[in-house]
Design a protein around this ligand. Sequence first.
Ligand SMILES: Nc1nc2c(ncn2[C@@H]2O[C@H](COP(=O)(O)OP(=O)(O)OP(=O)(O)O)[C@@H](O)[C@H]2O)c(=O)[nH]1
Length: 394
Amino acid sequence: MADSHPSYASTSTSTPLAQKPHLNGHRKSLSPVARTKILLLGLRRAGKTSIQQVLFNKLPPKQTFFLETTMRIVKHIYDTVIPLEIWDCPGNITVDTLGAPLSQFTTLIFVIDIRDLYNQPISKLVEFIVAAYRENVNINFEVFVHKAEKLQEDDKIENFRQIHERVSDRLLDLSQEYEQVQLGFHLTSVHDHSLHEAFSRVLHKMIDSLPYLEDLLNVFCANSQSPKAFLFDIASRLYLATDASPVDSATYSLCCDYLQMLNSFGPLYKSITASPSRTQKLTPTPPPSASSASSPKSRSPSPPDNSTLPRASAHTNTKRPSKDIFYPSAATSLQQTTPATTLTYHLITPHLALLALVPTSVYEGRRGLLEYNVVFFREGVQEICDVEKETRGG
Ligand SMILES: Nc1nc2c(ncn2[C@@H]2O[C@H](COP(=O)(O)OP(=O)(O)OP(=O)(O)O)[C@@H](O)[C@H]2O)c(=O)[nH]1
């Protein structure tokens, strides 16, 4: 097991390592893996490609305006805790022209423009639900009522309610059997965090190891007095898991913005912290504060001394220098919170990061303990990722 782990190494304010393996937001897969498939459906101009591009290809929302019409199915792959394959379909696709059995999809996301006349999209959605449910009763059906930012709050809620009601009514008119179909409805927009939050919730239903990730987060929160912690996929800014306390959109948005800021500025620091010369320099003389964290398997039982830990430091595992991986961290104190709160970022794997709210008193006074808890959390997540990788191949 130890060999499959990257060596635990360092903390620093830069985040660049997280972006390096991505190419246009996609991570390269070297051999075939069993991917979880998502079907993205909706009428023309509903916003399907925009959703895929904003989430997984870092397309700025304003530039979605220039996207061309999708003429044939485009399959996008994306690797996070689980490997995904997202099928972006043209607006005129039907069950017959899809050319693939619906049973192979784990999730079907149907995008409806909130300002559209609903009859046509709802008919199409119902057609797909009926066909898919016949083939696979376990498929997740998700409806994104999209471009929600276009409407005032009252109209938005009213339209959302109407769409929800009409879809349910149409299904019930067909057969009582469809009463059991679980439909998830989400208000989304590429112009705010609602899309990220909705897609995160959709993703949770597909991650088999979610309960284990949640347990790890609960333990981290309890031991670090953290009121809220998220495990984020860094590039897409989707949260893969969170602790048991309820998610409020403001906290999620805050974490999302902070991650975006780090993603934007992190690359500026990369060449310095991860350069071979720095690695070599650090290898023979790791800072004393690093001793307890130098290897996941050789932690000392007592956490490192807070007073000697700088806010950002870097050190490496002396045993396996060729496999050095830096684990950057960063923190920012939040204004006007009582009690004073600090938002922390810790890289967990090259693609995942832990974002947590911690009382500033804990962050400043018991920093070593916090870092110590991160080591345990990281080790747990890495093991879960290794198991996922092993079971899916690739
Ligand atoms: N206001 C607003 N416009 C959006 C949003 N998402 C997408 N759009 C716009 O909707 C238009 C169509 O977006 P696409 O992503 O091309 O839609 P599509 O469903 O892929 O369209 P087809 O390829 O024709 O099937 C573009 O002009 C986008 O800028 C959103 O959340 N809010």
